[in-house]
Design a protein. Structure first.
Length: 220
């Protein structure tokens, strides 16, 4: 059942092509914010039962809008103008937009296994480490085991054996961020953070009309 839920979510999210600086699955990514470099966990979608926000790029007659983004999300410095297609930008959107991919950057959450246990038919031994916790939806999380095997199971904190079977490892971290990687009409690509994009001209927050369905704002 858990794997069925996970596969359904992945189909909804519609994974796109990865950029040259990204890899498949969860991975540690250094990001620099306000002159400080943080080690975060990155992955290529937005998590949650109802991922937010829904971003509506309001069009003109040419169906293109100019926004500003960055060449890299690792160390955003100089902003670049980028013309993108109008429409709804969200993992559930079916619009033909300028999206290349969605990215999430979250604090690193790891656990040490305190006793032999089983997670979703996977035997986990004492002293093993579960790394890079990613919340997917409906109490389901993804973890990296042995630094290379991705497993999907009930979130550790949701299980009846927590905290007797697991010890949370705390890491200093920057707060979570969500980004879009966009194809520009000008012939290059940019990254833009969701909250940044929502503050730019001709951009409004759209709406969810049900699970898996997004739409434009009531007032366009």
């Amino acid at each position: 059942m858990q794997k069925t839920i996970f596969c359904s979510i992945v189909l909804f999210l519609g994974m796109s092509s990865l950029s040259a600086e990204m890899t498949v699955g969860s991975y540690t990514l250094p990001i620099t914010r306000n002159g400080v470099t943080h080690s975060m966990v990155a992955y290529n979608y937005w998590s949650g039962e109802y991922p937010k926000p829904v971003i509506y790029v309001k069009g003109n007659q040419n169906k293109w809008v100019k926004i500003k983004g960055y060449a890299s999300l690792r160390k955003p410095v100089k902003r670049k103008v980028c013309s993108i297609k109008t429409g709804i930008y969200h993992p559930w959107s079916k619009d033909r937009i300028s999206l290349i991919n969605y990215y999430s950057i979250i604090p690193k959450v790891d656990y040490i296994v305190k006793k032999n246990t089983v997670l979703d038919s996977q035997e986990i031994k004492k002293e093993d480490k579960l790394e890079n916790e990613i919340y997917i939806a409906e109490g389901i999380c993804s973890y990296l085991l042995y630094k290379k095997k991705q497993i999907t199971t009930v979130c550790v904190k949701e299980g009846i054996e927590y905290p007797t079977a697991f010890k949370h490892i705390k890491h200093p971290a920057h707060s979570s961020e969500q980004w879009l990687y966009l194809n520009c009409r000008e012939g290059y690509h940019v990254f833009v953070q969701d909250v940044d994009l929502l503050r730019q001209p001709n951009i409004r927050e759209g709406m969810m009309s049900g699970y898996g369905r997004v739409t434009t704002p009531t007032r366009k």
